[in-house]
Design a protein around this ligand. Sequence first.
Ligand code: PEP
Ligand code: MG
Length: 584
Amino acid sequence: MSSGVAIGRVRLFQVSNLDVGESVVLENNVDSEVERFADALEQTREQIKDLGQRVKERGEDKSLFEVLSMHLMLLEDRMIVERVKELIQENRYGAEYALSCVVKEAEERYADLPDLFRERFKDVEDICRRVMNNLRGVHTQSLENLDEESVIVARELAPSDTASMRADTVLGFVTEAGGKTSHTAILARAREIPAVVGVSDVSRFVQENELIIVDGETGKVIISPNQDDLRAMHAKQDKQRVRQSRLLSIRDLESVTLDGHVIDLAANIEFASEVETIEKYGASGVGLFRTEFLFLNRVTIPTEEEQFQSYNQVAERLAPKPVVIRTLDIGGDKFAHSLNTPHELNPYLGCRAIRFSFENREIFRTQLRAILRASVHKNISVMYPLISGIGELTLANEVLESLKDELRKEGKPFNEDIPVGAMIEVPSAVLIAPDLAEILDFFSVGTNDLIQYTLAVDRGNQKIARLYEPLHPAVLRMIAMVADAGRHAAIPVEVCGEMASDPLCALVLLALGVERLSMAPYAIPTVKEIVRSIKLVTLREFGVKVLEQHRGAHIKTMLVDALPELLEGRGDLIQQIHESSLLA
Ligand code: PEP
Ligand code: MG
């Protein structure tokens, strides 16, 4: 999911599996096992008291405080506590296994009760999960505060967890859940943290502190590697370092095809602090600033001033290079405590992105004011996410115009002609692209969502990941339709989804008529090398043939077979494309 090799010690993070494998202890160790269980109970009690104290101090959520008090009581429940001790003493079960059995017994007991009481089983599970985490030494704290280099093993990581990782302590991670274009994946790639997702049950097979290797390129995870594995993976790390420094050397070269077409290669960023990587990898600007990350992992909403500082910092540092700021895209797989995002059964189809902004008009207005104020640098464009129809676009623009009025009256400067674009990531927007083009200054195709909404495949669900096909003919025809609509209306069409970062997919996008790509900064050098090795006219002819195909698998084969001709014999580059293509 995210290239690179990580070699390090396991840190289990919020692994909450209550169904653990059978284990027994030696007769002499029974007492210490009971003691270990008692320690885990005590640790859990302290954690809950601490949590309760913090909830009380913040004066928020009385019901949460009540739940925590009830959990404290459950920790005294004889049916749980005494029963676990009994299983350890009489059957010589390991504490984890004894607890796992007791949870199953409780589940059976509660199953026979009326609905109202059955709900209480969730609390039993919840508290037992905490005890289990303490028994196993699993970390539930923020990943921000890790004190030593580790490889994280988790059932699932939310984008906010990944956002809080520090690249100097998190060497890599493995999760049981997750898809290649989930925001957790996107962040891992952006931060160049090697990662593998979709490894069923991995947390059951590893121990805290065990040595582990994560190869984000092949998707291989080796638990307790032997000397040969270690030697091979260290060699692979060295090879990657050499490749990396060679790629960096092309940073200052122009992104121009052999037949003289300039292809704009911009960067996607999540934090203002990423401007450095933009310079490091030679991006032409920022094609997508995902501003929602400013709202995650915090208790309060960022003020207009704080947002202004963030946008301004990026725009000022990069000027005159363009910076596209996307308004809040919260919802889907990104939730912010500070925003009180609603709990929905189907969040990807729910109150997400521009819909959330319309529902929370003050938050939208504050953000647009901050963007407008930062637009004095003239290199800022604003972009709306998840536009599905003309009505949303005109409404968003009305809000924007009303804020321009407001700023005029306040005498605050801004760019009167700030360009306005929209993400094209919903199939309906593709079909009405010619209409949208009349109102917009540019399109930016969000392939991550366009694929999931076109093919009805959740981008974060590993169970159906094989159906998530970037090269599906329906997806490619949609992209071509947007490119055509942009060309007719003479407005630029950019692709800022992960397809732009993937070398094979990037080639297809150029073949279909896209001339601007925005991607994770690390991907820019490889894509630039491709651009510098192709003739656009040949590639476009190839694009016509691609659109005639009926199956994604054929398109991939066609593409792989055509590489030697398209790249005029650049064997080294072809090899590298094969190695670094994660999506196709
Ligand atoms: C996309 O959908 O392709 C996109 C770039 O937006 P995000 O990944 O943030 O949903
Ligand atoms: Mg999107």
